[in-house]
Design a protein around this ligand. Structure first.
Ligand SMILES: Cc1cc2nc3c(=O)[nH]c(=O)nc-3n(C[C@H](O)[C@H](O)[C@H](O)COP(=O)(O)O)c2cc1C
Length: 184
């Protein structure tokens, strides 16, 4: 498959996850375009067979640069007629959304709006979202103190090796499910 691996990462946690997804997808024999979102980046989502989209959680939502990119893409798709009412299914394209989050105040509930927001973009395009992954990520820099004593406990080393190992399994599994197809 031709895979888009697009992510926004302000402090490096989501980037770690995106790099692991890239490694696993290449190992599974796919072609992968890894795109860190920054100003000026443009992407044609409909050119891919499978899309991984990830972001850190900032105030419960994806990073502003990623939200801006999606807003701009929607404007273009609306103008070209690619976002019709009723969102007809494009069954040849699938997606996974994921985020890394600190969860200090309300735990995983802080992460759900981020993957839901990204998921609605794909749903509007008729793209099936096969998974929404929520991975714990430490606070860095002047917010470091928030990595201890919150709802998720001590998260200073997250995402850690165990997180990346389970991500490897999830990525492998979802890609294999598409290669193998449904049993007769
Ligand atoms: C400015 C800022 C705001 C954040 N807001 C939230 C939040 O509302 N909820 C949450 O769970 N984590 C929050 N976090 C923690 C980040 O989601 C977490 O550290 C994430 O892994 C960052 O991803 P990145 O390193 O890829 O940028 C925030 C972090 C920063 C720097």
């Amino acid at each position: 498959m031709n895979i888009l691996n697009i992510y926004f990462s302000a402090t490096g946690n989501t980037e770690k996850v995106a790099r692991k997804i890239e490694e696993v997808a290449i190992r599974e024999g796919h072609t992968v375009s890894t795109v860190p979102v920054k100003g000026g980046v443009e992407v044609e989502f409909l050119d891919y067979d499978f899309i991984f989209m990830g972001s850190g959680v900032y105030h419960w939502l994806p990073g502003k640069p990623l939200m801006k990119l999606i807003d701009k893409a929607c404007t273009g798709y609306r103008a070209s007629g690619a976002l019709p009412r009723n969102a007809p299914r494009r069954s040849h394209i699938k997606a996974v959304t994921y985020c890394t989050y600190g969860g200090t105040h309300t735990g995983i509930n802080e992460a759900y709006p981020t993957t839901q927001w990204m998921g609605q973009f794909f749903d509007h395009l008729g793209i099936e979202v096969m998974g929404a992954w929520h991975i714990v990520g430490a606070f860095h820099g002047n917010l470091e103190a928030l990595s201890v004593g919150g709802r998720m406990g001590d998260i200073r080393d997250r995402p850690n090796q165990a997180d990346l190992d389970s991500l490897t399994e999830m990525t492998t599994s979802i890609l294999k499910s598409l290669e193998e197809g449904a049993p007769a």
